[in-house]
Design a binder for this molecule. Structure first.
Ligand code: 13P
Length: 253
């Protein structure tokens, strides 16, 4: 089991509409993060709000994540944002390979290159994996294993240990359908077993794996206690400071 505090990341996706609203939400969330509480809380706003929010977070009490990064450091790549740009703005985490980005065409190979870009800039990559649907035969395990193998390509155990894996079954994202704590536990054991196969037991124990998919105040405690993962990647509920605060509290045991 990882020795880190639980990690709770709020993925704001393409919300809110204005910088003023983003600042208000950030300050409301920051109030929910008690100094010295045994939990790491991170928010992932859209790119344009990062500079303003970074100024509101001196000392990194509420660190920032970006929702994507490009894998090249500079050059003729219209519309893209590099790891060095994010690092220069005080960003410390980057969500990579979210299913909503994969649905727009992001490939496993690009996800792997983006992880390497994060490692070069000492940004913590939070890499999303998860099946589109479940089937009775358990074929979804091979989908998850395929994504895991692809993201690990060319990474040493030391490099992978700096990465966070977010298991987000697509069928549970924004649908109100959550994986049960038993499903989450089973997947935590499965992901760990694949990592042990690819690397070793020490790495399997060290890796941080978090769960995302309709995490809400009323299911967070059960998912955390019985799910065995090291935190949550929260979408919709992270846009309401009270709900997000309740989820944060539920992982502090
Ligand atoms: P919801 O919590 O809205 O289901 O979103 C999960 C997610 O995609 C977080 O990255």
């Amino acid at each position: 089991m990882s020795s880190h505090h639980p990690l709770v990341i709020g993925n704001w996706k393409m919300n809110p509409a204005t910088s003023a609203e983003a600042k208000a939400l950030f300050l409301a969330v920051r109030k929910k993060v008690k100094r010295d509480a045994p939990v790491s809380v991170v928010v992932a706003p859209p790119f344009p709000f990062i500079p303003d929010l970074s100024r509101l977070s001196p000392g990194g009490r509420l660190p920032l994540a970006a929702q994507d990064v490009f894998y090249e450091d500079a050059g003729a790549y219209t519309g893209e944002v590099s790891g060095s740009m994010l690092a220069s703005l005080g960003v410390s985490y980057v969500i990579i390979g979210h299913s909503e980005r994969r649905a727009l065409g992001e490939t496993d190979a690009q996800v792997n290159k983006k992880i390497l870009a994060c490692l070069r800039r000492k940004l913590t990559a939070v890499v999303c994996i998860g099946e589109r649907e479940r089937d009775l035969r358990g074929d979804f395990f091979s989908v998850v294993e395929g994504q895991l193998r692809a993201l690990c390509t060319g990474l040493s155990a030391r490099q992978l240990a700096a990465v966070v894996i977010a298991y987000e079954p697509i069928w549970a994202i924004g649908t109100g359908k959550t994986a049960t704590p038993e499903d989450v536990k089973e997947m935590q054991l499965f992901i760990t077993s694949v990592l042990v196969k690819l690397y070793d037991r020490a790495l399997g124990k060290r890796m941080r794996i978090i769960y995302g998919g309709s995490v809400k105040p009323d299911n967070a405690a059960a998912l955390h206690e019985a799910g065995g993962m090291q935190g949550f990647l929260v979408g919709g509920a992270s846009l309401k400071a009270d709900d997000f605060g309740a989820i944060i509290t539920s992982v502090i045991s």
